[in-house]
Write a protein that binds this ligand. Structure first.
Ligand SMILES: Nc1ncnc2c1ncn2[C@@H]1O[C@H](COP(=O)(O)OP(=O)(O)OP(=O)(O)O)[C@@H](O)[C@H]1O
Ligand SMILES: [Mg+2]
Length: 267
C-alpha cells in the first residue's frame, strides 16, 4: 500500500470551492512536485494535509492509518478531536516560503524546542523505569540537532540567531527543524520563492540531498527545472482539481491538457 493516500479531498472557503476532489497517492521515498498557477489550491492542499485547515470531506491515509475522514462516520468524527489532530499532525512536516523561525531563539533552540516538548510528552507515556531524565532528553536532542545541522551545512551557525543568517541559511534551519520531528512526509510550500537565485540553489541542493536519504516529500514549487530533475511524480493543479499528473517527462515534455500546455509555455 502507498505511504500516503489522499481520496476525494474537498475544501471550500465560504461559498468558494478551493479543492474540488483531490486524489493522489505517494510511495515511501518518492518526491512529488505540485505545480500550478496562483490560486489553484496548492497551499490549501498542503495546509489540509498538515491540519492547519480542516478539509470538508474526503480522506487522508498514511501507511494503513486513516488520519482524516473515511467511510465510518463515528470514527471520522473522533479524528476531529483536537488531541487526535495534534497527534496526526506529526505524520507531516511543513516548511513555509518565509521560514517562520523563532527570532528570539538560537539555531539550536529553534531545532530542539518543539522536539523537546514532543519528547517530554512521549516520555510520560513510558513505564516509570524506562523514562529518561530531562537532561538526557535534552542531550539526545542536542546531538540529533547537531547531526541535522551538519547535514544542511550549518554546523558553525548553531549559536547564531535567525537575524544573523542569510535567507538560504534560515530556510535550511527551517528544514532541519522540520526533520527533528521525524515526519513521515515532509512538505514544502514554495521553499525558495523568497530567495535570490544563488540561495535558491543552496536550498534546492539540500532538498535534493534529502531525496537520496529516502525522505518522502511533497514540494509545491515554481522551480520547473527542480521539479523536472528531482521529482518522481508531478501534479499540475488548476482551479482546485488535479488537471494532469505523471512523471516529469510526461508532464513537461508531453502535456495533454491545453491549460498545462499553456502553463508550461509561459514558464
Ligand atoms: N483562509 C482563506 N479564506 C478564504 N479564501 C481562501 C483562504 N485561503 C485560500 N483561499 C482562496 O483559495 C484559493 C486557493 O488559494 P491557495 O493559497 O491554495 O492557492 P495557491 O495555489 O497556493 O496559490 P499561490 O501559487 O499564489 O501560492 C484562492 O482563491 C484563495 O483566495
Ligand atoms: Mg500558495
Amino acid at each position: 500500500m502507498a505511504l500516503l493516500e489522499v481520496t476525494n479531498l474537498k475544501k471550500s472557503f465560504q461559498d468558494t470551492e478551493v479543492l474540488k476532489g483531490i486524489n493522489f497517492s505517494l510511495e515511501k521515498g518518492e518526491v512529488l512536485a505540485i505545480i500550478g498557477s496562483s490560486g489553484s489550491g496548492k497551499t490549501t492542499l498542503l495546509r489540509c494535509l498538515n491540519f492547519l485547515e480542516t478539509a470538508d470531506s474526503g480522506s487522508i491515509q498514511v501507511e494503513h492509518y486513516t488520519i482524516f475522514g473515511g467511510e465510518d462516520k463515528a470514527a471520522a468524527a473522533a479524528l476531529r478531536n483536537p488531541k487526535q489532530i495534534r497527534k496526526n499532525r506529526l505524520y507531516f512536516g511543513l516548511v513555509f516560503q518565509s521560514f517562520h523561525l523563532f527570532p528570539q531563539y538560537t539555531v539550536l533552540q529553534n531545532l530542539t524546542l518543539s522536539a523537546y516538548l514532543k519528547a517530554l510528552k512521549e516520555n510520560k507515556t513510558l513505564p516509570r523505569q524506562e523514562r529518561r531524565t530531562k537532561a538526557e532528553i535534552r542531550s539526545d536532542l542536542d546531538q540529533q540537532a547537531m547531526e541535522l545541522l551538519a547535514r544542511v551545512g550549518l554546523s558553525e551557525k548553531v549559536s547564531s540567531y535567525p537575524c544573523e543568517l542569510s535567507g538560504g541559511q534560515q530556510q535550511r534551519v527551517a528544514i532541519a527543524r522540520a526533520l527533528m520531528l521525524t515526519p513521515d512526509i515532509l512538505c514544502f510550500d514554495e521553499p525558495t520563492s523568497a530567495l535570490d537565485p544563488e540561495l535558491t540553489k543552496e536550498v534546492l541542493g539540500v532538498i535534493r540531498s534529502l531525496k537520496s536519504s529516502d525522505t518522502t516529500m511533497i514540494v509545491v514549487t515554481h522551480e520547473m527545472d527542480f521539479a523536472r530533475n528531482v521529482a518522481d511524480k508531478v501534479i499540475f493543479m488548476a482551479h482546485g482539481i488535479i488537471e494532469e499528473e505523471g512523471t516529469p517527462e510526461e508532464v513537461f515534455d508531453h502535456p495533454k491538457s491545453p491549460i498545462l500546455q499553456s502553463f508550461i509555455s509561459n514558464t
